[in-house]
Design a protein around this ligand. Structure first.
Ligand code: UD1
Length: 338
């Protein structure tokens, strides 16, 4: 039996594929390379097995998805495949709703049709919107600030309803901010075009692809005036998915449960830059500019439920994240290239 990983060539999906293999699971990956590279699949194979099953395809295409379920013995699914650029989602909301909700619905329908029960869904702390109280627990109020965020919020609701009606067992994993890379430096984050997220920007400045970091806002009500986020090592995040699948055979069987995957520690933008400078061994140029519209001042996770229900805790700190991310970026300054 195998686990189907949608979006398996992406940043988190690729690291999850390696973690699943290391945990002894058979893995089938599907990805349409819209925001990822075939070279990521080669890197996964080099870390796992050369005959790992990869299908190039679009999960929004039900015929393609059905063919995967028919050809392989799938008994669990991790659904990552989605568009994820917050700013792009505000200029192309319908595209985001069509793609992200279409994918969630298609995956759930295909699972039900093929008698597959266990699903782990890639959600986001963005469903907490602008939190009034931090750390956020899974009981904190939910909402969203962007069409991207709403696609995660709505996907969660769709899956809750499908779980209720069709006996799907689901873990909704609400990720905080992933960073870092596989420790070998052959697998990591490779955003298309100019990155939107902080850590890839920091690393591209360090490697000379960008001139300086624009720090969005230095006048927030935090200890150094910059925003606070819960950065989590992508390998810890990947391990959280293995733990979630295991839990679906144990105490989470028969449920649809939201679980935060974060460290419980907040770091400011300037603290991230300082940790990156230690990893790189050189100063990294930055300038404080205006706030970015829609940014939350501070958010970090209460990770207690993940510990209680999944037996999972993050293991790696910010220094390790920056060290591993730099190891990947410095060995692959232009990401996955021939
Ligand atoms: C956002 C989304 C999150 C999504 C993630 C990945 C929200 C609230 N969060 O996270 O759901 O999963 O993107 O796409 O929608 N920063 C700079 N300069 C930069 C880039 C970022 O100062 O060039 C700052 C931001 O202002 C923020 C922090 O760095 O304070 C982290 O930003 P980013 O990496 O974009 O992640 P989020 O906005 O937290």
């Amino acid at each position: 039996m195998a686990v189907l990983v949608t979006g398996g060539a992406g940043y988190i999906g690729s690291h999850a594929a390696v973690a699943l293999h290391e945990a002894g699971r058979e893995v089938v990956l599907i990805d349409n390379f819209i925001n990822s590279s075939p070279l990521a699949v080669d890197a996964i194979r080099a870390l796992t097995t050369p005959d790992l099953v990869f299908v190039e395809g679009d999960v929004c295409d039900r015929a393609q998805l059905d063919a995967v379920f028919e050809m392989h013995d799938i008994d669990e699914v991790i659904h990552f495949a989605a568009h994820k650029a917050v700013s792009q989602s505000t200029s192309a909301p319908l595209e985001y709703y069509r793609n992200n909700l279409g994918a969630t619905i298609g995956v759930a329908e295909a699972m039900i049709e093929h008698g597959v029960r266990k699903l782990v869904f890639s959600s986001s702390c963005t469903v907490y919107g602008q939190p009034d109280v931090i750390p956020v627990t899974e009981h904190s109020p939910t909402g969203a600030e962007s069409p991207y965020g709403w696609t995660k919020y709505m996907s969660e609701q769709i899956l809750r309803d499908a779980a209720e009606a069709a006996d799907l067992d689901v873990v909704l994993l609400r990720y905080f901010n992933p960073a870092g890379a596989h420790e070998g430096g052959t697998l990591g984050e490779d955003p298309n075009g100019v990155p939107n997220n902080l850590v890839p920007v920091v690393m591209q400045v360090a490697v000379g692809r960008l001139e300086k970091i624009e720090v969005f806002g230095g006048d927030y009500g935090t200890h150094d005036g910059t925003c606070i986020r819960d950065y989590i090592h992508v390998v810890d995040l990947a391990d959280g998915h293995v733990a979630a699948l295991d839990a679906l055979d144990g105490q989470l069987r028969g449920t649809c449960t939201a679980v935060n995957l974060g460290t419980g520690t907040g770091s400011s933008v300037l603290e991230v830059i300082a940790a990156a400078e230690v990893a790189v061994g050189e100063p990294i140029a930055y300038e404080i500019v205006d706030r970015r519209p829609g940014d939350v001042e501070q958010i970090y996770a209460d990770p207690a439920r993940a510990a209680a229900l999944l037996g999972w805790r993050s293991q790696r700190d910010l220094a390790a994240m920056m060290g591993d991310h730099w190891n990947w970026q410095s060995r692959n300054p232009h990401g996955f290239t021939e």
